[in-house]
Design a protein around this ligand. Structure first.
Ligand code: BJW
Length: 238
């Protein structure tokens, strides 16, 4: 099956790589839903990744993101990220990266035009609509930092449950999914929408790269049980 998917890559005019946390696992970034080591092994998602959770305990949620930022600052892209970026460089315009990951590792590997559906953990934004007083000058350090005048809090620039995805990135991802001949769905459990819906909406072939079962296996033309760093260099070589 591996060889067949490599043939599909070679024949495809437009490819989408839809990636999730497993793409960065071999860089040392924990996934979300792994029962033992996942980021949510000790907390339920709604305790951390919602606006309500942040408003209820901003310090706790802020500290969790700070820990992850520090960890992500120490890791590097792995052979999977690098294979994707190298393919894009050899074949300009043929492969689009749509990622649920907030870690920036595709971008650091050299991928161009990455559509980051769930934001960027390295950036912050205002929690409430910024008022005239909410400027860099008014920023007071803290956990989280706040506007010294009105108290508006800074929050990580990621997409939490119940929040809209960045509209332009989502629209571009939907267009890419509609136009592709082949979608490689790499390292995602496929439980979070609307990202997972991209794999169900494409008319192109769908190939899954994942060591475990996923919620999208039923939508796939091929399921490759293996890791991204071991399979992508093979699948994407010329
Ligand atoms: C390896 C590996 C290796 C391990 N190699 N693989 C339709 C139906 C039902 C619900 C909904 C729906 N549409 C929308 C919803 C609601 C909700 C949702 O999806 N809920 C479901 C959980 C039920 N979605 C939303 O709320 C989204 N917003 C939205 O829809 O807005 C419109 C709206 C607004 C208001 C009301 C209603 C609608 C927003 C979703 C935001 C998700 N945010 C998070 C947190 C980001 C910030 C942060 O980082 O803290 O994004 S949640 C978390 O899950 C994170 C991830 O990007 C996302 C996906 O997880 P992922 O990447 O799949 O990771 P894992 O851990 O689940 O899986 C890892 C996989 O890797 C596993 O399969 C491993 O086997 C594999 N693996 N090693 C390859 N080496």
């Amino acid at each position: 099956m591996k060889a067949a998917v490599r043939d599909w890559v070679r024949a495809a005019r437009r490819i989408v790589v839809l990636s999730g946390a497993g793409m960065s696992a071999e860089s040392g970034v924990p996934t979300f839903r792994d029962a033992q080591t996942g980021l949510w092994a000790k907390f339920r998602p709604e305790q951390l990744a919602t606006e309500e959770a942040f408003r209820a305990d901003p310090g706790m949620v802020w500290d969790w993101y700070q820990l992850r930022r520090e960890m992500i600052g120490k890791v590097v892209p792995n052979a999977g990220h690098l294979a994707v970026a190298a393919f894009q460089q050899r074949h300009p315009g043929r492969l689009a990266v749509v990622t649920q990951n907030v870690d920036g590792l595709h971008q650091r590997a050299g991928s161009a035009g990455v559509l980051a559906l769930h934001g960027n953990i390295a950036e912050d934004r205002w929690l409430d609509r910024p008022r005239a007083c909410c400027t860099r000058a008014s920023l007071e350090p803290g956990r989280p930092p706040r506007c010294a005048v009105c108290g508006n809090l800074r929050r990580p620039a990621v997409v939490w449950f119940g929040e809209m995805l960045p509209p332009a990135q989502l629209a571009a991802a939907q267009d890419a999914a509609a136009a592709c001949d082949l979608m490689l769905v790499v390292g995602t459990s496929g439980v979070v929408y609307p990202a997972a819906g991209l794999a169900r909406s494409t008319r192109g072939r769908v190939a899954i790269v994942n060591p475990e079962e996923t919620e999208l296996d039923d939508a796939a033309d091929a399921v490759l049980r293996g890791t991204s760093a071991s399979l992508l260099p093979y699948l994407l070589e010329d």
